[in-house]
Design a protein. Sequence first.
Length: 485
Amino acid sequence: MTFVPAGAAPGGAAMLRTHRPHREAKMKSKNKILKKSQRNPGRSVMEAVEDRTMFNTYSVTTTADSGTGSLRTAIQSANSHSGADTINFKINASDPGITLKSQLPQITDQTTIDGTTQPGYAGKPLVKIDGVNVGGYGLVLRGGNSVVKGMDIARFSSGILIMNGGNNTIKGCYIGIDRAGVAKGNTDKGIIVQSANNTIGGTGANDRNVISGNKNAGIQLYTSAANHNTIIGNYIGTNLAGNGAIANGSGIVVNGGNYNTIGGSAWGSRNIISGNNGDGVVINQSTATNNTIIGNYIGLDASGTKAVANGMYGLEISSGYNRVGGTTSGERNVVSGNNRSGITLWLSSGSHNTVLGNYVGTNAAGNGKVPNKWSGIEITNGSSYNTVGGTAGGSANVVSGNTEQGVKIYQGSNNAIVGNTVGWSADRKIALGNGHDGIQYVYCSTSYASNNYIGNNGASGIANLGGSNTQSSNTIINDTLYNLK
């Protein structure tokens, strides 16, 4: 079977794209004498012709590794054609799986690989690219402005690598898990991003990626080149239903990337980042600044009612100037049920962060316990100048139901704990407590707690276990102060 570009003449020859000034002039002259009723009010004749010549479509009709009708040949054809191309699927097989014998060519030009075109597609990927005999990368996107949707990519070293060109979209794919919900993990990472302005996921019903079962990170944003990316609406570390674990090593790892957004406030933007063996989200390296984490469930199932624990921290940040949460309900993260602390800011490099408007240790309704097994929020090992909560409306974190402290500050200085609800439900009517102190200072200095609503904790409301720290204007019910005035 041969590939016939869209817009080809009946005999198989593609329409020429050569510029012909004399023909364009004649058509423009002709347009001048057309009556208004004969014209397309929104588009010229040349625009209509250009639409038909801008891209080619190549069909994959076989599961063979190479040759006519193969995915490999389609990618080679798309790369050789300058301009946008689409690769669709018309494989006549009950199991349209493509088991590769060698790594596919890198995608060097704008290309859409559309697994949703496979007959029978109904929301779950049917077309699988299997790297069990290959390793390496399932797909490498280098040209920018490409789309991969509705594909199942499994058993490579890493599923997708995005580098050089940006503005790519990955949506509706299964990475490390098949359509039956069985783990077929990649042996390193699910998706590696090393360029800017990419989108992983989306807000539509069929835009969700399920990225699970991969040995290391589900998604890695790698180096400072990975900036202004958006990760929305995915299940990362869970089964297809979002109610059980199929673990990645960690969920999302931001190694140096900046100005990225994980989650969103719009309907459908929430990521479920749960069930991973390590942390739910890790943000580290000095260039990993000004990232925003909003609207996610981290350590919970998709219903927001029960734990699907990450094996370590829900969210671990060791870089500066990042924001976790926001002042609207849509920006609220619910970080609960994790096997260590919910949110951890650590090291001196992990300073100047803001944590506001989140529920930490409760269910999504804020009225029941889903404990993090250590502290709710932990600021530790020199992390300084962070703000937990705030004075603006909607800034209060609800930090309740955790096994140890609500908020623990160990070492570091000038951390502010302001306006939070600690030990109560979100409406401040139900006693949820934390297992130990509500707020605890340990060997830190010039940190302060003010205007918090605290109660029902297992030890003190606020305890100072070393350092020149203060408290003021807090409401403390059923608790006491320790070593503070």
